[in-house]
Design a protein around this ligand. Structure first.
Ligand SMILES: [Zn+2]
Length: 244
């Protein structure tokens, strides 16, 4: 599922109204947790629904034609604005004026965003790296979300696994150049369980470096492996193609 299929299938409203089947719902949730635009639409739609609660629901909500979408969006904005104004006047605090938001992330920044893969020691029970004390200590920090400390420890271990998680930990702390070299080096190691993941996150790292052509190539190489990341890589590639 991607933004286009979401829009075409009225997925957001059907989701909020509980009209999706289990598979559609799971697929949409996978997408919208990673997609700011769809996430925003779900929130908007839920706010709209909540605002209408307690009143008889107009029939139009159940069978909302697509052209009404914009109108409902506008209604929701008015509801939210009205709520904010009420809150502000009620609390009578000048400080209640909405705080200036940081600028919205660009599409490129959104695409470069990394969802750190979970590490489970049992997956790699037999690998040498898993027995490495230093590696295990680093991965405990990684699992706890302390990416800076994990990266620090991982620099002292040289296995495909360590190179991979070091790259992710770097990306999570805003270090974007080293991971490009590091992830490419995993590709040169030949057969490793990290090959597909390394290619996928190489694309992410290249996007973070504004290298669209490089990211496109890395995604095509990810897709070519036909592994677990294939669908995600295809969706990402589709969005990369649409970048200005
Ligand atoms: Zn989306």
């Amino acid at each position: 599922m991607n933004c286009e299929t979401v829009e075409r299938g009225n997925v957001v409203e059907r989701y909020v109204l509980g009209q999706l089947n289990e598979a559609e719902q799971a697929s949409f949730e996978d997408h919208y947790f990673a997609c700011d635009s769809c996430f925003e639409q779900v929130r908007l739609m839920q706010g709209l629904q909540a605002a209408g609660e307690g009143r008889p629901r107009p029939a139009v909500v159940l069978e909302m034609p697509r052209r009404n979408w914009m109108i409902w969006g506008a209604v929701a904005a008015v509801v939210v604005a009205g709520f904010l104004l009420t809150e502000i006047s009620r609390t009578r605090q000048p400080a209640a004026v909405p705080v200036a938001k940081s600028p919205a992330p660009s599409e490129l920044q959104l695409l470069a965003r990394v969802d750190p893969p979970r590490y489970t020691a049992t997956n790699l029970r037999s690998s040498a790296s898993d027995r490495d004390e230093k590696f295990r200590a680093a991965m405990t920090k990684y699992a706890a979300g302390d990416y800076a400390a994990a990266a620090n420890d991982l620099r002292g271990v040289d296995t495909a696994a360590a190179r991979f998680y070091l790259s992710i930990a770097d990306l999570m702390t805003g270090v974007v150049e080293e991971p490009v070299t590091m992830l490419r080096s995993i590709d040169e190691m030949g057969e490793t369980p990290y090959l597909e993941q390394a290619r996928f996150f190489l694309a992410k790292a290249l996007l973070a470096n504004h290298d669209i052509a490089g990211a496109t190539k890395a995604l095509e190489q990810t897709i070519a492996l036909k592994g677990d990341r294939e669908t995600e890589a295809r969706e990402l590639l589709e969005r990369v193609h649409k970048l200005p």
